[in-house]
Design a protein around this ligand. Structure first.
Ligand code: SF4
Ligand code: SF4
Length: 343
């Protein structure tokens, strides 16, 4: 464990930007967004809470070219490797699903794999929670425990720093003059801040009544024929925001487009809530009704991924709750599913 002052952290980021494209969270009005780092500025927020956009935005673009003409060369998504700063625990859990789909097998997505292998993740503890956060009910803490190179816990005047990988250890060793041994009051400050934000998330969970993951077993199977799906999907306007904003959703659509000279193949994020998502040639659609698609979305998250990747495909980040114009709240649906499963 080390301590770094805010000033020395700025020096560290200045050094990293020669090797990486560095992105930092900045606050605008009440939201936090990632911005490419140029110099340390007052709007940078390392702590606080997850950014508006999910971490997946850096590793699989919302719209990107995957092939140009008939060239076998795979277009690069960016020139330098990525360094993403201030990543929160809920977004790091998203890697478990994204890696399972795009990387952890014999036929990986090469652009995704190269970004993942070369990236540097400087994560940070949440120092506050917003009313849609429910990470604790999905088995996470509001501070990173894995999937980071170094983690920052904001304390008075700077950060407590912990390494989580060899790359992180090397980074600290290479820049050892910027780090110092932490004082005991800084460590106490870190522990107290973690305890406070954990309590705040617990309060959120109690207020919304969202169940803990221990009660999720078989909730989809047991409610497969339930009226819950039709009732909950009733207000859905099929916008797909719940999928695109989600750090674990990963479905995409390939299409070809021509500019003046060449053809290119592009990939865009897709949404399983859209009617034509599952339609096949000839027009048959196994999920023609909205409620079937809502059931499928929950099925993937709470039945399919626990079976294939041993984890729920939800991080409790609450983004889909804020994004849904129909006010469909995943916490309420889970509460109903668990309640019905108990019955
Ligand atoms: S389903 Fe909703 S709460 Fe869960 S990870 Fe996706 S956006 Fe976050
Ligand atoms: S965000 Fe809400 S309205 Fe839009 S597709 Fe998802 S559930 Fe339906």
């Amino acid at each position: 464990m080390y301590y770094i002052t805010e000033g020395n952290f700025a020096v560290l980021l200045d050094g990293l930007k020669t090797e990486y494209d560095v992105y930092v969270p900045v606050k605008k009005d009440k939201q936090r967004f990632y911005k490419k780092y140029t110099e340390f500025s007052a709007d940078i927020v390392i702590g606080e809470v997850r950014a508006f956009e999910p971490l997946k935005s850096f590793f699989s673009l919302a719209r990107g070219i995957v092939a140009r003409g008939f060239s076998p060369e795979i277009p690069k998504l960016c020139e330098k490797p990525l360094c993403i700063v201030g990543v929160k625990a809920c977004d790091l859990k998203g890697f478990k699903i994204q890696d399972h789909v795009f990387n952890d097998h014999d036929c990986p997505d090469s652009a995704y794999r190269s970004l993942r292998q070369n990236n540097l993740i400087i994560s940070s503890d949440c120092t506050l929670c917003i009313d849609t956060c429910f990470c604790l009910s999905i088995g996470l803490k509001p501070y990173p425990q894995e999937e980071f190179d170094i983690n920052l816990s904001q304390v008075s005047g700077g950060f407590i720093v912990e390494s989580g990988s060899n790359k992180g250890k090397d980074l600290i060793a290479k820049n050892s003059s910027l780090f110092e041994n932490p004082k005991s009051h800084s460590i106490t400050g870190k522990n107290e801040a973690r305890a406070k934000v954990t309590k705040d998330v617990e309060r959120n969970i109690q207020d919304s009544g969202v169940p803990y993951q221990e009660s999720f077993e078989n909730i989809i199977e047991r409610n497969y024929e339930s009226k819950i799906w039709e009732e909950e999907a009733n207000t859905c306007v099929e916008c797909g925001a719940c999928n695109t904003i989600c750090p674990t959703c990963h479905c995409f659509l390939l299409y070809d487009q021509k500019n003046e000279k060449n053809m290119a193949r592009l990939r865009i994020w897709d949404s399983c809530m859209i009617k034509d998502f599952a339609r096949v040639a000839g027009g048959a659609n196994p999920r023609a009704k909205l409620w079937m698609r809502l059931r499928n979305r929950f099925d993937k998250k709470f039945d399919f991924f626990p079976k294939v990747a041993k984890t729920y495909a939800c991080t409790g980040c609450g983004r889909c709750i804020s994004a849904c114009p129909a006010k469909i709240d995943i916490r309420k649906v889970l509460k109903r599913l668990v309640g019905d499963a108990k019955r």
